[in-house]
Design a protein around this ligand. Structure first.
Ligand SMILES: Nc1ncnc2c1ncn2[C@@H]1O[C@H](COP(=O)(O)OP(=O)(O)O)[C@@H](O)[C@H]1O
Ligand SMILES: [Mg+2]
Length: 248
């Protein structure tokens, strides 16, 4: 059984069709790269999975449960976490406190009061996983751009999602940071299901096995990178350019 099933999903904003009869499914453990020109509907798809945007028609099912009509925080609790194109970290809090706060999100007030003063083991472990142990006590505002993205991924992991939706996590990163992020995603994918919006060709070549191309709100094609790249429709969409040149 697939973990996420999107069936005939359409989202319109007034007269504008942002998602046009999208059908897509994800199995547990999939690491899926979602690409497409600017305005293709990639972020709208994530917004709709997470309940931020309501479907106009069609259905979304997660782990056998319908998602449409569910409140955003219930969808988070059901096991779906996402990052945003803009940052959500608390700059004046330490790296560890940001992750701790994200981890405490689901706790009731009495549970929060009873918590030990020491950092929970889960938080320490997550910081290790994303490579931020050395910055644990530093304010989040002092992190480099790449480290801040890893902190956001850490905050997401702290909420223990089964499905992670990452919106352009390597945008603005340098080569080393991209490599580190690619390795991190590959590692996280060993025990999570992930959709990553990304269109840097070099990054895709190194880390993408499954790619879905979205164009004008519709799924153009799905397959491994070589198959997708050799698809004439994909080449046409990108006007003969590589996806990384055709987008921001
Ligand atoms: N809340 C909204 N209201 C109206 N139009 C929107 C809204 N959200 C997105 N759009 C439009 O839908 C299209 C797809 O946007 P988006 O999903 O952000 O594209 P992508 O992430 O692929 O670049 C764009 O033309 C955008 O202007
Ligand atoms: Mg977007």
């Amino acid at each position: 059984m697939s973990l996420l099933t999107i069936d005939d999903l359409t989202v319109t904003f007034g007269d504008f069709t942002a998602l046009d009869h999208v059908t897509l499914s994800l199995d547990e453990g999939d690491l899926l790269f979602l690409i497409g020109p600017n305005g293709a509907g990639k972020t709208t798809l994530i917004d709709t999975i997470t309940g931020r945007t309501r479907p106009t028609s069609g259905t979304l099912t997660f782990d056998g449960r319908p998602l449409h009509g569910m409140a955003e925080h219930h969808i988070v609790r059901a096991g779906i976490g996402r990052t945003f194109q803009t940052s959500v970290v608390f700059e004046h809090l330490t790296v560890a406190d940001n992750v701790d706060l994200a981890a405490s999100h689901h706790l009731r007030p009495w549970q929060l009061l009873r918590r030990r003063r020491a950092l929970p083991e889960a938080v320490t472990h997550i910081l290790e996983r994303v490579g931020l142990t050395e910055r644990l006590h530093d304010r989040a505002g002092t992190l480099s751009h790449g480290q801040r993205q890893w902190l956001e991924i850490a905050m997401l992991l702290a909420q223990r999602p089964r499905l992670l939706l990452l919106d352009e996590p390597v945008a603005g990163m340098n080569t080393d940071e991209r490599t580190r992020t690619g390795e991190l995603l590959t590692e996280i994918a060993t025990d999570h299901t992930i959709i990553v919006i990304e269109h840097d060709m070099d990054f895709l070549r190194r880390y993408a096995h499954q790619v879905v191309v979205l164009h004008e709100g519709a799924v153009l094609t799905r397959g491994d990178l070589a198959t997708v790249q050799s698809d004439p429709r994909v080449q046409e969409v990108y006007l003969g350019r590589t996806p990384s040149e055709a987008t921001t």
